[in-house]
Design a protein around this ligand. Sequence first.
Ligand code: FPP
Length: 253
Amino acid sequence: MAETSTTPVAPGQVPAHVAIIMDGNGRWAKSRGLPRLEGHRRGVETVRTTTFAARDLGVKVLTLYAFSVENWKRPQDEVGGLMSLLEYYLKKELTTFVRDRVRFRTIGRTADLPANIQKLLQDTIEATKQFTDYTLVLALNYGARTEVVDAAHAYAAAVAAGRENLNDDSWSSFNRYLSTADLPDPDLVIRTSGETRISNFLLLQAAYAEFVFTPTLWPDFTKADLAAAIADYNRRERRFGLTSEQLKPAPAR
Ligand code: FPP
C-alpha cells in the first residue's frame, strides 16, 4: 500500500485512543525465507512509523500490544531476541520521544522483565512524563486477565484498609485499579494479519470499542492502513447500548 494516505480523515472524527494488536511478524518473515526474528525487527520499524503516523492523523493515545504474558512460552531464542529488540528500541527512541514530545508509558507486569529493560522503561517514562498532547502506551508482559487479578487484589486491599466501600459498586470505583486508570478507553482496536481474535488484550477497556481487522501483516502496516481503519471507524454508529433514534439530534422546533 502507498505510504501516504488517500483516505480523508475528517478532523473531530478521529478516535482519541487507538489500540493495536500487532500480528504477523512471523508470517512476514516466513514468506520471505527469513528467520522469525527478522520479522520482529521489521515490526519494530513499523512501531516507530506508526507512532508518528497516529499522531499525524490526530490520535491522542496509541496503545501497542508488544509482549503478552503468554509470549514467554515461545522458544527461548525468540523471547531473548524480542527482549534485545526492546532494549534497542528504547535506547533509540528516548531522545526521539523527548524531541517530539511523546509521553511514554507502559501497561503490564513490567517488574517481571529483565532489570536492564526495567531501567530503560523507567528512564523513558520519567523523561517524557511532562508531555500531555500525545501518549504512546506499550503493553509489555500484559494480559487482561492478569490485569484484572492485580486490580482485584489492590481493590480488596483498599476495602480492607477502609479506602474503598463495598456499597459503592460503580464501575468507576473499580476502574481506578486497572493499569489504564488514567487513560481513556480505546475507541478503536485494530488487529493486523487477518486474525480475528482479541487475545487477552484490554478486555474490559474495549467494552465499547469498534474493531477493525486488516489482512496486512504488521511489518507491512502503513499510515495508509491506519487511515483506512480510522475511515472504517468513522462509518460506524457507536450506540453505547442506546438505540439509533436516541442518538439522532432532536428536530428543531
Ligand atoms: C506477533 O507476531 C508479534 C508479537 C509477538 C508482538 C509484537 C512485537 C513486535 C512488533 C516487535 C517487538 C516490539 C517492540 C516495541 C520492541 P507473531 O510472531 O505472532 O507473527 P505470526 O503470527 O505471523 O507468527
